[in-house]
Write a protein that binds this ligand. Structure first.
Ligand code: SAM
Ligand code: ZN
Length: 273
């Protein structure tokens, strides 16, 4: 698995400080080690993706370990699915944010095999933080709608709440036992937070997403309660789309809570090509 030039699709080679294709398109390696493979002409806004405030809120919340059960469940699934004692395997975390899962996977999954882990996100701020903290993984700024990787080159994709295009997944995932692991909200996910925002909060629906070209082979549901300080409850709110709907008063009231109870409820699904 190699980076591909977003302009001409030739593979990129790392020179002293930049990635370059045979047509001499060049992409600098940032001092934190990541590469920005998102040319301006592919951008729909100046700073796409999660903003710094959302990124910081997510980092503080994840650092405190509230989603560690999810991280461990995803790691166990990938450890079981990826072949052992094999070299040259690759994993791509799409919409990796500030790299919480990516960094841990790169450390854990390399014990039984030789695996290169990539994290991709459209938010440059998130990728900069990810690369600064987790030198074990390779990070790039790119869109999940134009993956900067060659056809049939990725052994496994992880997608935790990130948008994507089935045709791109189909193109890059290996024909040889390639898999996708997705995490999506199950009916009661963050229901107590939702109840603060909506008069009559509705549970998430249970529709199983079909990904064209892939077959769903396994589904797990992971649910557990969390007990949050006011600060962490506000962090959780700010890392979700609920943040756009919350009034200043609601945020202040939440911050004043000392023990906010909130459920998590995730579907983890495995798809095979
Ligand atoms: C809800 S966050 C999840 C982040 C991370 N997977 C986690 O669970 O901590 C979704 C992420 O997808 C990114 N994102 C949104 N649109 C994207 C796109 N078109 N391509 C790549 N990433 C995108 C956002 O910047 C954000 O970091
Ligand atoms: Zn090129």
């Amino acid at each position: 698995m190699r980076y591909q030039c977003p302009l001409c699709h030739q593979s990129l080679q790392l020179g002293s400080q930049a990635w370059r294709c045979s047509n001499n398109h060049q992409f600098d390696r940032a001092k934190e080690g990541y590469v920005n493979l998102m040319p301006v002409q592919h951008k729909k806004s100046k700073n796409p993706g999660d903003n710094q405030m959302m990124m910081q809120a997510r980092r503080q919340f994840l650092n405190a370990g509230y989603y560690q059960p999810l991280r461990d469940a995803v790691t166990a699934i990938l450890d079981k699915q990826l072949p052992e004692r094999q070299n040259g395997l690759s994993l791509l975390d799409i919409g990796c944010g500030e790299g919480y899962y990516t960094g841990f996977l790169a450390e854990s999954l390399n014990k039984n095999r030789q695996l290169t882990v990539y994290g991709l996100d459209i938010s440059k701020g998130a990728i900069r933080s990810a690369a600064k903290r987790y030198s074990v993984a390779n990070f790039c700024v790119a869109s999940s709608y134009r993956l900067p990787f060659g056809d049939n080159s990725v052994d496994a994709i992880l997608r935790i709440y990130a948008p994507c295009e089935a045709s791109e997944l189909q193109r890059v995932v290996s024909d040889n036992h390639g898999i996708i692991v997705t995490v999506t909200p199950a009916p009661h996910h963050l229901f107590q937070l939702k109840e603060l925002i909506y008069q009559t909060a509705q549970p998430h629906d249970e529709v199983i997403e079909a990904i064209e070209g892939f077959e769903l082979v396994e589904e797990q549901r992971l649910s557990y309660p969390m007990s949050l300080s006011g600060t962490q409850a506000v962090n959780l709110l700010q890392m979700t789309p609920f943040a756009w709907k919350a009034s200043e008063k609601l945020i202040a009231d939440l911050a004043a809570e000392s023990d906010f109870h909130c459920e998590t409820d995730f579907f983890i699904r495995i798809y095979k090509k």
